[in-house]
Design a protein around this ligand. Structure first.
Ligand SMILES: *[C@@H]1O[C@H](CO)[C@@H](O)[C@H](O)[C@H]1NC(C)=O
Ligand SMILES: *[C@@H]1O[C@H](CO)[C@@H](O)[C@H](O)[C@H]1NC(C)=O
Ligand SMILES: *[C@@H]1O[C@H](CO)[C@@H](O)[C@H](O)[C@H]1NC(C)=O
Length: 439
């Protein structure tokens, strides 16, 4: 294992400085690879919390999991959403590093700077994704025992939420058995792919009520959504993934290319880069993962960032195996993990769901549906609560979110945000992080 220790980090910061890029980091960072299976190497990148009023040992540790599968947390989550620097390497005012230590992990294997040496080394289901993560976390908390007692939260986005649910359950068991020593304090599922069918089935009504479909469009979108449902009911999950792709093409045609990630925008280049006649899986990779590694970010990661990290093997390209990651997971993609969320709640894990008002791909209506299917005993009480408005910290007096919390479960409705909540509403997202982690 390649743990990068602080002298090297200081050297790195010094070199940044001499290059003229003033670094806002008073704290430090660390990164490295963990071999998680034969030929499977996972990359992680940790930023220590950097707060003027508290030492990192007094603040929580947050692991961030990106979607896709195949989207890179060390790249997209870090430079486009919550890390200390944005894509232009300018300090980010709303970085989560001011309230928590943040651990980005490129998972599943093959994502970002993580890499698979053989075709067999890619994960094919969420169960492998979560057992791989247990290897990484065991290694992390063993080598960094200063983090063992710090409250540890998993935050996620999109497909990252599906992985986060499974990972949280495996972690709860590992902690109970003593095989991983950490203070696991909760999981937050952001615009998460927990119940794919509930998302697809609500696209039509959501777009119709927001003036993005007419009656004919609604009928077409509903018809193809029903085909997805039929495939799911017959247990044809790969077929369901292909039909999901078709459903999106029907949405694009009828909405003049509404952006799946924010309905107030349009994206005629949603699947840019897909070859003409590409199969449904490749089309979906381009629609949903390639956008997380567009040129400017890819150039940064494969240029300056890898030069600074110094540990990336020469033949590993950031994002180079992302399509293989996505393709290998295609048959697992549409399977729901609602039951896993129920298991988390009955194990006493704190679960938060947060969702962007303007997200289409994982719309809030769909989230409401699977939440109402939970067997959790607190649900009837949760349902009877009224929500509480929260001011947007960036615009006092203006509502930025609503939330509701009952015992181990909370729901945040984040306004004026699409799928990538911290990119769209950075101050609100930071405030939510602070509320959830009480930091
Ligand atoms: C990179 O090269 C090494 C040998 O130098 C090999 O073991 C490894 O599989 C290669 N990795 C990739 C992702 O091709
Ligand atoms: C869950 O959250 C509650 C209140 O927010 C807290 O008291 C409790 O310790 C948390 N549970 C765990 C396992 O951290
Ligand atoms: C969380 O769930 C567990 C198990 O259902 C329960 O014992 C505990 O009281 C809950 N925590 C809170 C803060 O209600």
């Amino acid at each position: 294992m390649d743990w990068q220790q602080s002298p090297f980090v200081l050297l790195l910061l010094a070199s940044l400085f001499t290059k003229g890029l003033a670094s806002p980091l008073k704290g430090s960072e660390s990164w490295g690879y963990v071999p998680v299976r034969d030929g499977a190497h996972m990359f992680w990148w940790l930023y220590f919390a950097d707060s003027p009023s508290a030492h990192y040992t007094e603040l929580p540790l947050v692991m961030w999991l990106q979607g896709g599968p195949g989207g890179s947390g060390t790249g997209f989550g870090n430079f486009e959403e919550i890390g200390p620097l944005d894509r232009d390497l300018k300090p980010r005012d709303t970085t989560w590093v001011q309230s928590a230590s943040v651990l980005f992990v490129d998972n599943p294997v093959g994502t970002g700077f993580s890499f698979a040496e053989t075709d067999e080394a890619f994960a094919k289901d969420v169960s492998t994704v979560s057992s791989d993560m247990m290897v990484l976390l065991r290694s992390f908390f063993t080598d960094r025992d200063d983090f063992q007692n710090i409250p540890f939260y998993i935050f996620s986005e999109s497909y990252g939420g599906k992985m986060a649910a499974a990972i949280s359950l495996a972690l709860t068991e590992a902690v109970a058995h003593g095989s991983i020593k950490c203070n696991f304090a909760g999981v937050a599922l952001g615009d998460s792919w927990i119940s794919p069918l509930d998302s697809v089935m609500t696209w039509g009504p959501y777009l119709y009520t927001t003036s993005l479909l007419d009656d004919l469009g609604l009928a077409e979108v509903s018809a193809v959504a029903q085909d997805v449902q039929a495939a799911m009911e017959q247990g044809h999950f790969l077929k369901a993934t292909e039909l999901w792709s078709l459903a999106e093409s029907v949405v694009e045609k009828n909405t003049n290319n509404v952006n799946f990630y924010n309905i107030l925008t349009q994206d005629p280049e949603q699947s840019v880069g897909a070859k003409p006649g590409a199969d449904a899986i490749s089309l979906q990779f381009h629609r949903h993962v390639q956008r997380l590694q567009r040129r400017s970010l890819s150039q940064l990661m494969n240029g300056e960032v890898r030069r600074r990290l110094k540990v990336i093997p020469q033949n590993v390209t950031w994002g180079g195996q992302a399509e293989a990651v996505f393709r290998n997971m295609a048959a697992d993609f549409m399977k729901p993990v609602v039951e896993t969320v129920d298991q988390l709640l009955s194990s006493g894990v704190n679960v938060t769901v947060y969702n962007g008002q303007l997200d289409l791909i994982v719309d809030t209506m769909g989230q409401e549906l699977w939440v109402k299917e939970l067997k959790w005993e607190g649900l009837p009480f949760f349902n009877k609560l009224r929500w509480t408005p929260l001011d947007d910290p960036a615009a006092p007096g203006v509502t930025g979110a609503f939330y509701k919390t009952y015992k181990n479960f909370s729901f945040y409705w984040i306004l004026k945000a699409g799928h990538m909540i911290p990119s769209d509403q950075g101050a609100m997202a930071l405030h939510m992080l602070q509320m959830i982690t009480q930091s």
